[in-house]
Structures are given as C-alpha cells and as structure tokens.
Design a binder for this molecule. Sequence first.
Ligand SMILES: [Zn+2]
Length: 510
Amino acid sequence: MELSRILIQLVLWAAILHQLNQAIGFPLHAAALDDIPAYSDSTKSDKDWRLQVDAHVKEFEHLASILRDEVVNRLERLGKVSDSPEFLQRTFMSPAALRAGQLIRTWMADAGLFTWIDDMGNVHGRFDGMNSSAPALLIGSHMDTVIDAGRYDGALGIISAIAAVKALQRSGKLRDYPRPIEIIAFSDEEGVRFQTTFLGSGAVAGTLSPHLLQVKDKRGTTVQQALEKLSFPGTVESLNNLKYEPESVWGYVEVHIEQGPVLEAKGLPLGVVDAIAGQTRLRVSMKGSAGHAGTVPMAMRKDPMPAAAQAIVAIEEICIRLPQSDDHATASQRTPNTGGTLVCTVGEIASWPGASNVIPGEVTFSVDVRAKDDTIRELAVRNMEQMINEICGNRAIGCTIERKNEARTVDCDQQLTERLTESAIAATSELFTVTGVQTAIPELVPTISSGAGHDALAMAQLTKVGIIFVRCTGGISHSPEENVLDDDILAAGLAMHSFLEADLPKSQTA
Ligand SMILES: [Zn+2]
C-alpha cells in the first residue's frame, strides 16, 4: 500500500511536470524541479488542470491494480496450488496441475476470454477480436513446475498475459483488436514427470511423435494411461488433432523470468530474447549385477555405480573444455569453455534396488546438454555417448543411452522482437518515470540470449516467436528463493499491454 501511495504521488508529480511543461513551453525533468517558475496557465483553470491530473492518476492506478496488484495476488494463490504440502510441485496431469488449470481458466474467463481445456491438458482462453478468421496471436507459458519450485517460472507469463488482456477488455478496447488473441497455459514444459519436455506446447506446435504416448513415468504409467485416467482420449488421433495449422497463427509471444543474472546486473526490469539455446536430454541406464555388499569380492563385481560416477565426471570434463571434433583430443588440446557456450548437467540419478547393503543392479541418470551452437551441442553429445559406451565396455556393464529430448537453437523473429522491444522500452520508461529512476540509460531494454528452453522453443516450429524476459532476484529460479519485484511484474504487464495496444486501430490508442 505504501508503494502504491508513493507511485500515485510520483505519477501526480509527473503529470504536474507535464502540465507545467505544456504551460511554460520548455522541457522539464525531475532534477530541474527547483528551477520551476510559479505555475500559471492562461488556457486552463486550476480546477480543469486538477481534474485532468486526477484522471491520469486514476487511470494509472487502475492499470497498476490489474497489471501489478492482481497479478502479484494471483501468483501467490497459484504458488499455493501444489502436490506437496511442504513445497511447490505441479507435474503433468497431477491433481495440483488440474486444480491450477481450473483456477487459470476462471482468470481467463474474468478477462472476457472463451475458455477450454484441450486433450493434452493445456488451458486455452480466446477472444476473437474484429476478425475471428484472421491468424491468431498466441501468448503463453507453462503451468507445470519443477520440484520445490518458485512461484514465477511459467506462471508469470500466463498471469501477466491474462492481466494485459483484462486491462484492454476493461477499457473497452479489446473488442477492436484486429485478430484473435489466444492465451495458452501449457500443461508441461519442465518435463519432470516423463522426462520429456514440451508435452503441452509440443502438441499445439505439432512436434510430438506418437511414440511419446508410450513414454513411462517413474511408476511405469505411460503418458497415454495418465491421459486416459483423467478421461482424455490419449490416442494418436487426438494428439494429431491438437496441432494448430501454421496459417491459423500470426505469432507467439511469451513473458518469462530471465532465470539468469544479466538484467539484475544492468539494473533493468525487462529484456528481449534474440535466441534460445538448443538442448539435448539424455537418459543413461547402466546395468550390472546386483549382489550382497559383504560377500561379492571386488574383482567379481559388475557394479554400475562406479561406472556412473566415472561417466558423470567425464561428462563434466567434456563440457568444461569444448569438444572440437569426434576425435579424442586430450583435455589440454581443447578450448576451455569459459563463456558458458556449452552447459551440461546431471541432475537426476537413481539406483536399483537402492539399499545401503546391496550392490546396485542398475543405475540411471539424466544428462542435460545446452548450447547456443547446435554443432557444439551435437559434438558434445556424441563425445558423451562414445565415452559412456567405452566406460561400460571396460567394466562389462550393459549401457543404454536414450535421447529423450532434442531441440535445435531457435532464433526469435526479428520484427516481432523489435515490436516487443518498443513495448518494453515504453513500459520501462513509464515505470522509471513514476518511480523516479534515472532514465538516461543507453540500452533501456537489453537483448539477451536464453540458455533456458521455454515453450517458445516448441512454438517456433509452428510460427514466429518473441520473448520478453523479466528480471528475477539474483538470477535464481527453479527454487523457492525465486523472486520478482512487484514493480517488475508491473513493467512486464505494461509491456504486454502496450504490445497489444499497438495493434489496435489508431483511434483507439489515443
Ligand atoms: Zn519456465
């Protein structure tokens, strides 16, 4: 409330400065406040002027109540919809994911959108605009989370898009939008349950192959069974029907937290993305012979655990020094990977049967490889496959390596990115004006490459894409420590609002 009051006062000052500027005919800045001559206006009465300032303040306050206060409140509410009482977790088709979908659906309806849930659990909210058959602008992000997640990843993109559309709807401008607007809350981007990302956006983009329906989660449930259990058809035909035709789509826009430290380091709330790094996700399974920890001599063991440990260290080594060819260059001959060009992570490991007094029979682990350069990523993955097979061969361990997910680097659309940049600059300028921040920054909205995959990565297979990044504290994400300032949430909402407004017939934007 305190901040709200300060903002209103600042807007009031900004409006006063604007009025003074018009009245005395030279540019004014906050820093020049002391130099302002006594106010006089020959054309407007003091009452008219105050009415105009009041209207301006009221309008901004109304916009901020939707784009900031309500979004903050909704993020908090959605952040409590979890499958665990201790931490935030919503995975594909989990009970919490379904509850989250319903909640989002009510918010879409509140913004004046027609809503439905598709056969992959994606929640859609659509407004037809002036021309229902024109290619639609799609805006979206994901509603699933990682384990022990923060409340902003994915959710911010959905909720701020709903807020921007709601603000247009409440001001009566939405009906004049020249094409349909469709917001989509995707059911799976993180890939936690099935280790296969983009089940939601991949279905809409038509990138999922039918065999994905048979992929199993840790309990042995397939995607198909998970869908059928909830009365979704789960058939190849239903999957194919989800695909949007490219002609029916104008483009895709996503707002997402940066999940990195660049914006915070620059002291700026928003950035735009030029490209998303490609990624490969592997699942490595190593099979040996289970046995008694006390009775099987070391020389007679086929223990997959040390093999996995050796492989994981070698994976790190491959990525610390960039692979340059399929040949086995020694570590010292390879280029040190100092710029974060290639990043590799083993984030999940499991052993079977998983007891302290049993030599494991099987160890499985994931490998996540990302790079902005597809050639480097592919080379790293091939190096890993070769190295893992060698380790398994030397230790007489059975090895399988599955490529669970593969996505090429995606370039964002240049024109769409330029438009998003303009909107983000307008939003940042407005925010800086009301919060009194110095605006003489050469690059008010920086261009950033994204190391994280987003639904835009899948949607790029269908249409042109653009992404706005929002600063998050310390660049931290995939953690309950994830945080976005309320004013940065407002900046994101203002940017989306401005982006949509720019498409309205000119008489409506005045
Ligand atoms: Zn995300």
